[in-house]
Design a protein around this ligand. Structure first.
Ligand code: 5HM
Length: 315
């Protein structure tokens, strides 16, 4: 089953319709869900990764997850401020399925770096695969977190970088918008590093499912009517991985409560806006601080997410 669209909301809209109407009920360890097997999403404009719907995830948690991957950390404490699920009572301090070490260090080398070098060397390769799921994950106990993503693949074709991602399992309501955000950002980082044009994003899933507990929320999303995902500005091509290092250092300062200036510390409108989103993630319930940060931002694309956040605080 294939869903095509320009951006994330185009495919979410059709996917939720299909899951609600044709999904087959399945019971797993995490609860009952409506499931479709063998689903592919094709997104023509990967920058249209911010869902406009009022009921969808905001960029803050997805950004935290992306930084967690890029930092190479497997510590729940890193991602906890963005996604409290990881630090709930009884959850392990070290996350077995964390993507960071699997991508960046676990095999004695950095898969992302090696993938970039392969792409640099060769146009047209079909071998540029980053592996997340490993053979031994099949032996894990039921309660152990293992990666839902099996592989990330980059396809350099001419001056364009396409990406396809394979997932064994995808939670259509909570997981999917985060996954599309993180993987399309990775695609854009690699494209920017290699000065390639951003191509198509293809997301292939073995078990796509909508949990029973989210069915009402998916119905509400559909009722809100047609949404178009907001397109983020293009990532600048100059030294994106240096900017990621700067961003990770900036994040550590924000986390430690030190004073920061996104414009000065990150020195570029695109990255300074991302820095501001991180600041907002750590601003807690302080509406005045959030307002102050948001007026200094360059792109107005994030405004509706920030307004959402402020509404939630006001409630
Ligand atoms: O039983 P299983 O390991 O598939 O349960 C994990 C749940 O988290 C599934 O609903 C899966 O689809 C969701 N998930 C996701 O959607 C998990 C991860 C973490 O790897 C992810 N996306 N990136």
């Amino acid at each position: 089953m294939e869903f095509l669209g320009e951006g994330l909301d185009d495919v979410l809209n059709d996917l939720y319709h299909a899951l609600l109407n044709d999904g087959v009920h399945n019971v797993s360890t995490n609860g009952g869900s409506l499931e479709l097997l063998g689903v592919t999403l094709r997104i023509a404009k990967p920058r249209a990764r911010l869902s406009r719907s009022q009921t969808r995830a905001r960029p803050f948690s997805a950004l935290g997850e992306l930084l967690w991957y890029l930092s190479g950390s497997d510590e729940a404490a890193f991602v906890g401020p963005y996604i409290p699920f990881y630090v709930k009572d009884g959850k392990p301090a070290v996350v077995n399925g964390a993507y960071g070490p699997r991508i960046r260090s676990r095999h004695g080398f950095d898969q992302l770096q090696a993938a970039i070098e392969l792409l640099q060397r060769k146009d047209g390769s079909r071998r540029c695969v980053i592996q997340l799921y490993e053979a031994r994950d099949l032996l894990a106990d039921d309660g152990t977190d293992i990666p839902c993503t099996t592989t990330l693949q980059f396809h350099r074709r001419g001056g364009v970088l396409h990406m396809s991602v394979a997932m064994r399992s995808n939670d259509a309501y909570l997981g999917l918008p985060h996954d599309v955000f993180c993987f399309t950002m990775l695609q854009e980082l690699v494209a920017a590093e290699l000065k390639l044009e951003l191509g198509e994003y293809i997301h292939m899933v073995g078990s796509m499912h909508l949990y029973d507990r989210d069915r009402g929320r998916a119905e509400r999303y559909r009722r809100e009517g047609y949404q178009r995902a907001a397109e983020m500005p293009a990532m600048p091509h100059s030294n994106p991985f240096k900017k990621i290092d700067d961003l990770l250092a900036f994040e550590q300062k924000v986390r430690a409560g030190k004073s920061v200036d996104p414009n000065g510390d990150l020195n570029d409108p695109y990255w300074s806006d991302i820095g501001s989103l991180i600041q907002i993630s750590f601003a807690g319930q302080d509406d005045e601080v959030i307002k102050e940060i948001s007026v200094r931002m360059h792109s107005d694309i994030y405004h509706s997410s920030i307004e959402d956040q402020r509404d939630r605080i006001a409630e």
